[in-house]
Design a protein around this ligand. Structure first.
Ligand SMILES: [Zn+2]
Length: 620
């Protein structure tokens, strides 16, 4: 979340006037020769396009359809109204029905406009849906009319607007590259003129109250600026990207120093995406080490779900007056001190981008494990976005709690409708597709086990790989291959680190393949139409303590899923009882534990609706 909109409700003290920061060093990485925009260093795995992956019915597909319906239903005059108003243009509204005259955060901060533009463009890349394309084009046209030289489109005067500029950049670049909208990059160019006037000329990585507002997450800019440059928006974006690389943060992380404590969580994971992107563009290993070490430190302080950042901050952190946040010394303390344990949609979106970069660069399956854990245990279970702007924001890991829409409580988000997470959820719902499969010169990597079909060309053959199965509520993933001619290809399947007794069968016989937990199992052979692969991922049950100091406060984890106790208090159970958890019916998302006081039901996050749940149990 970005702090900018707090300006509206804060004291009149203009925090942005105090930018007498002197000449902070611009430690841009030196590159010998200007890189080629389309080139990526380090021979990373390639992504497939959004449209090459088709999902079967299920939670992922439903989340995309549901979020897409909401954005498509938003009235365009209402979306454009704050921009038109600031530009001094006629700004008609539509009269207050749901989806009209967007309330809540949208009245103060329209960054989600950029995220929705991005999500619509990605949806068009998936579905080639004409009404979606036309809506993108109308919105870009309408937005372009409001972009004037002083940068009013970014927000009220006197603000830095780096956060808004970042999201608008993403939306306009996606409109250009996925919809082919000819107005998108020229609009970005004019928007950038205004952004340059407003933003500081150097990165401010700030996490105390005043500095955070000034920084406005400008340390997340490079990723989308590099992407804009790659999309043909001009070398100015390459220069901005390098200018805002967070060298002090990345330098410390690259040296192995854990500097997360007290930093804003989502935006600093998002910043790690800029480090990974900088590595791909500039080829400097320090950025890769920063991204890898940074993620490792995040995981060291993640909940069993993979969520991180109670009250949006990395622990430990001091009390913060502006945000009305208490000090939180540890994850275990956070269970009692807050209901805001993970900024679910933004945090998952940043985490999925980061793990996708690192998986592509390193080909290390552990990044796929990490991505899968967060996906199943958080964002896939987000409550549905509502047409009136109610959105899921925080996952709550306190005892006896429930899923809630953002209500503006807790001092972190002062208004409730259309928060940041209503933007990132729509992008995340599209990106499951590009997270599922990757390619390289000799074949294919299957990263996620989501019922789907990938269509691709390989060495001149046209191949379709279809996966189905019961995973993650069952053990089985089934693949079938069709190809217009027999093709030699390396098919690699991610074996999660927890899958200690996984097995693979090809056409009914045990595959001759090394199946090692935490690695990709690689099957290089000639594949023909009708070939069938069966992956058996026997799910194991473990207890995941909240931290080393509290071994008896633990979450129950089954395969990739955290199982949440559907109970209205913090049940006391023994380790043995928990580990004997039993699935109520085969392939159904329901489990039961027999405790001394009777049976306790358990469910994964995505199967919980209104039930009260408890994440961490006292284990005796
Ligand atoms: Zn958010």
């Amino acid at each position: 979340m970005n702090g900018q909109y707090f300006m509206a409700s804060m004291s009149r003290r203009n925090l942005l006037q105090s930018t007498g920061l002197g000449a902070a060093a611009l430690a841009c990485g030196r590159v010998a020769a200007a890189p080629v925009p389309t080139m990526e260093r380090g021979d990373p795995l390639s992504e497939f396009s959004y449209g090459q992956v088709e999902f079967a019915d299920g939670l992922h597909k439903a989340q995309l359809a549901q979020t897409h319906d909401i954005i498509m239903g938003l009235d365009e005059d209402s979306l454009l109204r704050p921009f038109r108003y600031r530009a001094g243009l006629a700004a008609p509204g539509c009269g207050g029905a749901p989806g009209c005259d967007l309330a809540g955060l949208y009245t103060l901060d329209q960054a989600v406009f950029g995220q929705w533009l991005s999500a619509l463009s990605r949806y068009y890349a998936i579905a080639a849906d004409q009404p979606t394309k036309e809506k993108v084009q109308r919105l870009v046209r309408g937005f372009a009319e409001t972009v004037e030289p002083s940068g009013k489109a970014l927000g009220p005067a006197g603000q830095s607007n780096a956060y808004q500029y970042d999201k608008f950049t993403c939306g306009l670049v996606d409109a250009a590259r996925y919809v082919g909208d000819p107005n998108a990059l020229p609009t970005l160019s004019r928007l950038t003129d205004g952004a340059r006037l407003r933003m500081p000329d150097h990165v401010i990585d700030a996490f105390n109250d005043d500095e955070y507002i000034k920084a406005n997450e400008n340390y997340t800019l490079p990723e989308n600026q590099f992407i804009a440059w790659q999309a043909g928006a001009g070398t100015r974006h390459f220069d901005i990207a390098r200018q805002f690389l967070n060298e002090r943060y990345f330098g410390a992380l690259a040296r192995g120093e854990n500097v997360l404590a007290g930093r804003h969580a989502y935006s600093h994971v998002n910043a790690l995406c800029s480090a990974a992107k900088a590595y791909l563009v500039l080829g400097d290993n320090r950025y890769l080490r920063a991204a890898e070490n940074g993620l490792r430190f995040v995981e060291d302080q993640s909940f069993a779900t993979g969520g991180f950042g109670p009250n949006e901050m990395f622990v430990p952190f001091e009390a913060q007056l502006l945000w009305d946040r208490p000090a939180i010394p540890s994850l275990a303390d956070s269970l009692k001190l807050t209901h805001h344990h993970f900024e679910t949609c933004c945090g998952s979106y940043a985490h999925s981008k980061l793990t996708r970069y690192l998986l592509r660069i390193t080909k290390n399956a552990s990044y796929g494990d990490s991505m899968e854990r967060v996906m199943y245990n958080s964002v896939l279970g987000a409550k549905k976005l509502q047409p009136d702007g109610r959105a899921f924001y925080y996952s709550d890991y306190a005892s006896d709690t429930e899923k809630r829409y953002n209500d503006g409580s807790g001092g972190v988000v002062a208004v409730s409708e259309w928060p940041c997470c209503s933007g990132t959820l729509t992008q995340m719902a599209a990106d499951y597709r590009i997270n599922t499969y990757f390619g390289d010169r000799d074949g294919l990597y299957v990263n996620l086990y989501i019922p789907s079909t990938l269509r691709f060309e390989f060495r001149g053959s046209r191949i379709a790989l279809t996966q189905s199965g019961t995973y993650p509520v069952g053990d089985d993933v089934h693949f079938s291959i069709t190809t217009d001619r027999p093709t030699f290809m390396n098919l690699r399947l991610r074996i999660p680190a927890w899958a200690q007794s996984a097995s693979i069968f090809v056409n009914g016989r045990p595959a001759r393949v090394r199946v090692i937990p935490g690695e990709f199992a690689a099957m290089a052979r000639e594949w023909s139409s009708g070939d069938v692969v069966e992956l058996h991922l026997a799910r194991e049950t473990v207890l995941n303590p909240i931290d080393a100091a509290h071994p008896n406060i633990a979450a129950l984890v089954h395969g990739p899923l955290v199982l949440f106790a559907l109970s209205s208090d913090m049940p006391v159970v023994t380790r043995e009882q928990l580990l004997r958890v039993r699935q109520v019916a085969e392939n159904k998302p329901s489990w039961v534990v027999q405790s001394d006081t009777g049976p306790i039901q358990f469910a994964p996050f995505f199967a919980i609706d209104r039930e009260h749940y408890t994440t961490y149990l006292k284990v005796s």
